[in-house]
Design a protein around this ligand. Structure first.
Ligand SMILES: [Zn+2]
Ligand SMILES: [Zn+2]
Ligand SMILES: [Zn+2]
Length: 381
């Protein structure tokens, strides 16, 4: 299968050293000038993806939501529930003493409701580039089968809505078979290790002899690795001076085609309305009561929710998402309003005042000033 390489520099006169740090070649893309023109895929390269903008499409906006029975739910935790939640929280911390949970005195439990608005916009982006692979001899789908479909006309369905994912596919009717530009169709390349000589200088000796220290003195002995010749057959090419071509996997031809990469992204924006000192972002991680949800190709912003701040946030985020995703197509949008209970719990322990919060249907606890905590690894009972 080995042929002759053309247009190569002369094979060097001297063997190269076995341990020399030669670079193994990496496959190279064909020159772009070898590629056929494909309508709708101009300026396409091998290295960079081009992003064709989506064609103009009709925004289909859902009807604005009407005000339903979205009333605030304000369930307060009882003292017993607050103590239990704190006990569970303290037991999850290795250096927190539990005595304060038992002995604290509640002074006030103040219930409130946090409101979490979330807008999700599910977008699709498409990119294309030339690509190549060793040609395996199977039939290809080239221009003889018709003109290539435009990047956004190819039907590709996302595997799941509102989940990030991507898909790669060959654009129909763009494939062609080209002679490998790297080996010019010979399937082989000059060996990168020995530069085509087939031999390497032995790495264990100098000119076939080694110095061995034995019985208190140095002996000059014949090298066992090369049997005294000072050179070895090249282990990469087995002495032939030629290696299989990396670019075409020694097949001599390449299949070139346009690769389409479709990327689906779920873009999420939140607005949290929370009036206590509890850090707002914590509300995203707990359960509450869903009081409104809608899904459409593009949703209409909230206008009639009883909290004006949520309407304003909805309008701002819907507007932002409508213009933010340049070059992508909006496939679907949904938004939701959740109400999450928050109880601010004040208590005294050893005549000092402290606060913690119980939030979410899970009764999760947040605090900053629990009296019995220690960071030095000791145990406080
Ligand atoms: Zn090749
Ligand atoms: Zn040797
Ligand atoms: Zn070699």
């Amino acid at each position: 299968m080995y042929g002759t390489n053309q247009q190569l520099p002369d094979i060097p006169n001297e063997d190269l050293h076995e341990n020399a740090n030669q670079q193994e070649p990496v496959p190279t893309a064909p020159p772009i000038s070898n590629m056929d023109a494909v309508a709708g895929y101009d300026n396409m390269q091998f290295t960079n993806f081009a992003l064709p903008p989506p064609p103009a499409y009709q925004d289909i906006i859902g009807a604005p939501p009407q005000q339903g029975d979205m009333q605030p739910v304000v369930p307060a935790v009882s003292e017993e529930q607050a103590r239990q939640a704190l006990a569970q929280y303290v037991s999850s911390k290795c250096c927190y003493g539990s005595r304060a949970v038992r002995d604290l005195v509640f002074t006030n439990i103040s219930p409130s409701t946090a409101i979490h608005y979330q807008l999700e916009t599910f977008t699709e982006g498409r990119q294309a580039s030339w690509t190549y692979e060793p040609y395996n001899g199977l039939p290809i789908d080239g221009p003889q089968n018709g003109p290539a479909p435009q990047p956004w006309d190819i039907a590709v369905n996302p595997p799941a809505m509102f989940k990030n994912s991507s898909s790669r596919l060959e654009v129909p009717h763009t494939a062609s078979v080209k002679t490998c530009h790297s080996c010019l169709g010979s399937c082989t390349k000059r060996c990168w290790k020995c530069h085509g000589r087939g031999n390497l200088l032995c790495g264990s000796c100098v000119n076939g002899h080694c110095n061995v220290y034995r019985d208190g003195r140095n002996h000059r002995e014949r090298c066992h690795a090369c049997f005294g010749s000072g050179r070895k057959r090249c282990y990469k090419c087995n002495g032939t001076g030629l290696c299989p071509c990396e670019t075409c996997a020694a097949r001599g031809t390449l299949k070139c085609y346009i690769l389409l990469v479709v990327t689906w992204t779920n873009n999420v924006s939140d607005h949290i309305m929370e009036r206590t000192a509890l850090p707002d972002h914590l509300i995203k991680g707990v359960s509450g009561k869903t009081v409104f949800q809608a899904e459409h190709q593009q949703v209409a912003p909230l206008v009639t929710f009883f909290e004006g701040e949520i309407n304003t946030a909805s309008q701002r985020l819907v507007q932002q998402h409508a213009t933010q995703f340049t070059g992508q197509r909006i496939l679907r949008q949904r938004h939701v309003v959740r109400m999450v209970p928050v109880s601010e719990v004040a208590y005294t322990y050893n005549n000092n005042s402290h606060t913690f919060w119980v939030y979410g249907d899970e009764n999760r606890v947040y605090e900053e000033d629990y009296p019995l905590k220690c960071c030095c690894g000791c145990t406080i009972l």
